[in-house]
Structure formats: structure tokens, C-alpha cells
Ligand binder design. Structure first.
Ligand SMILES: [Zn+2]
Length: 340
């Protein structure tokens, strides 16, 4: 009687375990048949009612069935494990015929692209690159450049001062003086770099921006050389049909001075949105180096003459890329930068 019950438990356990398809279901099966309150344990508890003759045989059978169920459980567990592995391998299979996920390659910022192009054009004309400090003395930034003591750009509302004599350079022009000192002309240099002014950021202003300074000093340098140099630059930068126009202006460090426009490379001079109907776009200031500036650089103005120019790199970049808000240049929003 009890032997039949044991055999039935074995059959039920076999069927139950065969259907278990998760580790959790297997554990439930183990508890149901082998646990402290399990079916097999229940039968063994009832062995007290058996005669002394019957007990060993029933005990042996119960142990055999326990071992049997344990074995079936272990086998099923092993089977589930390899099935899980197989499923995982199938899910993780790599289809080598699919196109690869492309790596995102970055590119240079529009300001850097523009600066590099300027450097390329001017070095092609024989200019060398000069550098100067961004933390500059008032002497190099103003005095040596012939800026009068009451020049508005010296004001604290225009210039970032560390002390009366130390400031963040407001222009790349101090590099002119640094390039002249201790050297004998000919000098042909450009100096691209950051400059700082106390401006609130808006569509056309930024407290930090970039300029590219240019300086040529030699014997018999004339305004014609300046015009030819800038015309060559403009054609290379904006296109072969670009023309330049000089308008009289006043800078302390050059005499005569001019503001320089290029013909609009979009409409060719007819007038459009980019040039605001003017046909011309202002890109830089230039002129013949003032004798006082030559003297400050230790160069004799009776022997040598020279020209200088300075242009905003952002202005050139915005003009050539058609960017209308300066702030976009410094937001570093990838959606913007990706377009250039
Ligand atoms: Zn235009």
C-alpha cells in the first residue's frame, strides 16, 4: 500500500519536473516533493504505523525514490541551463553581413576652420605666424600703439584690467610691437588669437573673440602694397571675383587708416540679405603704420615704412558661412556645429 503511494509520488514528480521550464519552477518542484512539508516526507512520517519487518524495505524504497527525484531535478536543471545558453547565444548572434555602426568623427570649429584658412593664405604670401600673451601690459596694448591717454578704449568699461598696468589684451595689435622689438626688417607676420572686451554678449558682440593681426615692415612699403595684399587675401578667402574697397578711417596706430570692405560674395555687389543691401561687407581695419608705433618698436621711420591690418575672425567666419548670431559660435551646440 505504502509502496504504491511512493511509486505514485515518483511518477507525479517526474511529470512535474519535466514540465518545469524555469529554475524557479524547479525549486517549487523540489519543495513540493522533497521539502520538509513535501509529499515524500509526509509518507515517511507515516512509517511509524508499519511493522518492524516492513520498515527496512519501505525505508530503502523511499531513499531510492528520493535519490531518483534528486537526480531528475539535477538533470532538468542542467538541461535548462544549456537551453538558456543556447537562447542567449541565438539572441546575441552577430550578423556580419550588416553594415557596421559608423564611428562619429568630429570636425574643426568654424572659427578654427576660418583661422586655418587665413593662416594658409598669408603663409602662402610669405608671412610668418607670431604669438603674444593674452594677459598684456597697458604699455603694449595702448601706449606703444600710439593710443592717446584719454582714448575711450582705455576705459574700465571697455577693457578688463587686472591692475592699472595689466589687462586682457583688447586687440592682437600689441604683437606688432613685440614682433618689431630687437628685429631688423623686413618683417612679415600675422598673429591670430583671442582678444577681450567688456561687451555684453549679443548677436554681434562677445566679451571674447578672435582677431588676426597682420604687419609688414620694409623699405619702401606703400599703401599700394597693402591694397594688393588684402585684395589677394580677399580673392583667396571669398572667391576670385571679390573686389576690395578702402574707406578713410581713423586709428591711432596707423596713418593713413582705412576700413576695408569686400564686395558681397553672394550677390556680387548688387545688394542682398547677407550684405544688407549694401553690396559690400566690412571685414577689417588697416593702414600705414604710424611713425610713433615704428619708434616704439625700435625701428627708424625715416628708413622703414610698413602697413598693418586687423580683422575679426568671427566676422569673416560668419560672413563666409552665413551665420547671423555670434553667440552660436560659442554655445558649442552640436546641432549647430555639425552644419559646417
Ligand atoms: Zn550681397
Amino acid at each position: 500500500m505504502i509502496k504504491e503511494q511512493l511509486e505514485k509520488i515518483r511518477e507525479r514528480a517526474d511529470a512535474f519536473i519535466a514540465q518545469a521550464d524555469t529554475e524557479q519552477a524547479l525549486e517549487e518542484a523540489r519543495i513540493r516533493f522533497l521539502g520538509k512539508k513535501g509529499e515524500l516526507t509526509g509518507i515517511l512520517r507515516g512509517m511509524g504505523a508499519l511493522s518492524a519487518e516492513e520498515r527496512p524495505a519501505v525505508g530503502a524504497l523511499a531513499n531510492k525514490i528520493r535519490e531518483n527525484i534528486e537526480q531528475v531535478l539535477a538533470e532538468r536543471k542542467e538541461a535548462l541551463k544549456s537551453k538558456g545558453m543556447e537562447l542567449r547565444l541565438r539572441a546575441e548572434k552577430v550578423d556580419v553581413t550588416l553594415p557596421a555602426n559608423g564611428k562619429k568623427v568630429g570636425h574643426l570649429h568654424p572659427i578654427t576652420q576660418t583661422r586655418n584658412r587665413m593662416v594658409e593664405i598669408f603663409t602662402g604670401m610669405g608671412f610668418e605666424i607670431a604669438e603674444g600673451p593674452e594677459v598684456e601690459s597697458a604699455y603694449y596694448n595702448f601706449d606703444a600703439l600710439n593710443a592717446p591717454a584719454d582714448h575711450p578704449s582705455r576705459d574700465e568699461t571697455d577693457t578688463f584690467y587686472f591692475s592699472d598696468d595689466t589687462l586682457l589684451r583688447t586687440q592682437t595689435s600689441p604683437v606688432q610691437i613685440r614682433s618689431m622689438i630687437g628685429r631688423t626688417p623686413p618683417i612679415r607676420m600675422i598673429s591670430p588669437g583671442r582678444v577681450y572686451r567688456c561687451d555684453v554678449a549679443d548677436a554681434t558682440h562677445s566679451p571674447m573673440f578672435h582677431q588676426c593681426e597682420g604687419l609688414v615692415i620694409d623699405k619702401n612699403v606703400t599703401m599700394g602694397d597693402l591694397k594688393g595684399t588684402l585684395a589677394t587675401f580677399a580673392k583667396a578667402m571669398f572667391g576670385e571675383s571679390t573686389r576690395v574697397r578702402f574707406r578713410p578711417h581713423n586709428f591711432p596706430f596707423t596713418e593713413p587708416s582705412a576700413e576695408v570692405d569686400v564686395s558681397c560674395f553672394v550677390c556680387g555687389g548688387k545688394g542682398c540679405r547677407v550684405c544688407k543691401g549694401e553690396g559690400w561687407i566690412e571685414i577689417l581695419g588697416a593702414g600705414m603704420v604710424h611713425p610713433n608705433v615704428l619708434r616704439a618698436g625700435g625701428i627708424d621711420p625715416d628708413v622703414y615704412s610698413g602697413f598693418a591690418f586687423g580683422m575679426g575672425i568671427e566676422r569673416v567666419a560668419m560672413t563666409s558661412f552665413g551665420i547671423t548670431d555670434l553667440r552660436l559660435m560659442f554655445d558649442n551646440d552640436e546641432r549647430f556645429l555639425e552644419q559646417f
